[in-house]
Design a protein around this ligand. Structure first.
Ligand SMILES: [Zn+2]
Length: 67
């Protein structure tokens, strides 16, 4: 995801501000990392450049369905 997406992203649970942690980046793109909400402390992974901003409950469901 592009770093400037941080300007518009917010926590889906509480609409709090997200803090970006970068594990791997390429130019303006974050490839691997995580977004952590400073308000409710929820953590959202960034995998292959795609931020996964599903609420934790839905994310577990999606992962379960993926096998
Ligand atoms: Zn939050």
């Amino acid at each position: 995801m592009r770093k400037d997406l941080m300007d518009i992203l917010a926590c889906p649970m509480c609409k709090g501000e997200l803090e970006l942690t970068i594990d791997e980046e390429e130019a303006d793109e974050v490839i691997q990392g995580s977004l952590v909400c400073g308000k409710c402390n929820e953590r959202y992974p960034i995998d292959d450049g795609i931020p996964n901003l599903l609420p934790p409950d839905l994310r577990k469901q999606a992962e379960a369905q993926a096998g």
